[in-house]
Design a protein around this ligand. Structure first.
Ligand code: PLP
Length: 390
């Protein structure tokens, strides 16, 4: 929800830009921290959701670690001030250079996604006379019941080691003196809103933890990944229910006294804290369709084009005009990019809209700015934060 003051401020700025509500971000982080602390759970923030430094600094300050999926993210996490001992590195295709750099940085743990990767890390660590801490990322074949393109924990997905490869992992670990096995890791998908999915995950985590312990490996870290969803239809319902989420794991995971439970939340921490603010360039009324053409496109926010993601769209200029006569119109809200998928929403019901109206595309704090591109030679998208407005 934007105040009149926010909107007055936006109207003076060049569009498009991402607007970050840092107060909301902080409240969300605090709510998560408090809920996690209840159970002594550890949170690593999944950096790929948003690596804008203004966001990262707040997250580092609250005491969360960093979950990275590339060498670039590992470097950025350390540059921003995350403790090396709180940096984990997952990814199905880590290059030798990325592994070497992470070894040099003495990060907390590699989340290893294939049997072959185990051998490679062992070899590279041996050359440096180091011992690399590793957790096995297991593909538990649990359906996340989310969009197919953001499901990661089924047999047909490329991520993690499949259950039938556990004996091969154990064999490699047993002959790899430069690896220190610390635990098991899971991440089954994103934008998960059905809590039963997490119950199913807990059952699998318990099974795999038992398997490793039965085979002589001490499992000290149970890393259950992230994926907690946000309510895209109610962007003003802003803070996810972290209590309910963590309680599922507290109730269903079998945690031994020497075991730590780790989480890797991305979207849930940052998703509601930003909106993409844009202006209407043109309105085209046709026979079959009415179009609003914005100055923001898929180059600023790719989620709708990439996985038909829904974002609530609001006309900030018209919503503030109290006019009983103002009619709502159905528009396809599109961007200027030369692609038909460059569309933020079809048949969106909005107040009648006009050139230069300010439009907010809500809940864009996660997987928004980080996916921006220069396609069509578009300029880098700008950032404005609530602190800039004060
Ligand atoms: C993307 C990712 C996450 C975070 O997912 P969210 O849905 O944003 O919470 C966590 N762990 C790994 C390994 C990931 O790749």
């Amino acid at each position: 929800m934007f105040s009149d003051k926010d909107i007055a401020h936006f109207s003076k700025l060049e569009t498009p830009f991402y607007y970050y509500d840092l107060n909301l971000l902080e409240s969300t982080l605090k709510a998560c921290k408090k809920a996690a602390d209840t159970y002594k759970f550890h949170v690593h923030y999944a950096m790929k959701a948003n690596f804008n430094p203004i966001v990262l600094k707040k997250i580092e300050a609250i005491g969360f670690g960093a979950d990275c999926v590339s060498g670039g993210e590992v470097k950025k996490a350390i540059d921003v001030g995350f403790k090396r001992k709180k940096v984990v590195f997952a990814g199905v295709g880590k290059s030798d250079k990325e592994i070497n750099d992470a070894l040099d940085n003495d990060i907390f743990c590699f989340n290893v996604e294939s049997v072959q990767e185990l051998s490679v890390i062992n070899e590279l660590a041996e050359k440096k006379q180091k011992k690399a801490k590793v957790a096995i990322r297991i593909n538990p074949n649990v359906d996340a019941h989310t969009h197919a393109n953001i499901t990661t924990g089924l047999d047909e997905n490329k991520f993690g080691v499949n259950s039938w490869d556990m004996p091969a992992c154990a064999a490699v670990l047993n002959i790899s003196p430069n690896l220190e096995f610390i635990g098991i890791h899971f991440h089954i998908g994103s934008q998960i809103t059905n809590m039963d999915v997490y119950k199913n995950l807990c059952v699998r985590v318990n099974e795999f933890a038992t398997w490793f312990e039965d085979h002589g490996f001490k499992v000290t870290v149970l890393n259950v990944g992230g994926g907690l969803g946000i309510d895209y239809h109610n962007p003003d319902q802003q803070i996810p229910n972290f209590e309910t989420y963590f309680k599922i794991f507290a109730d269903f995971l079998e945690v031994k006294p020497y075991q730590e439970v780790h989480f890797e939340l991305g979207r849930a921490l940052v998703g509601q804290s930003a909106s993409l603010i844009s202006r209407v360039l043109y309105v085209k009324n046709g026979k079959k369709k009415n179009f609003i053409i914005l100055d923001a496109g898929m180059t600023e926010l790719m989620r709708p084009a990439l996985y038909q993601a829904y974002h609530k769209i609001e006309n900030l200029s018209q919503s503030k005009i109290v006019n009983a006569e103002s009619e709502s119109v159905r528009y396809d809200v599109v961007g200027p990019i030369c692609e038909s998928t460059d569309c933020f929403g079809k048949e969106v019901e909005l107040q009648e809209s006009f050139r230069n109206d300010l439009i907010a595309i809500r809940s864009t704090g996660a997987y928004g700015e980080v996916m921006a591109s220069h396609y069509n030679l578009r300029e880098t998208v700008q950032t404005v934060s609530s602190e800039d407005l004060n």
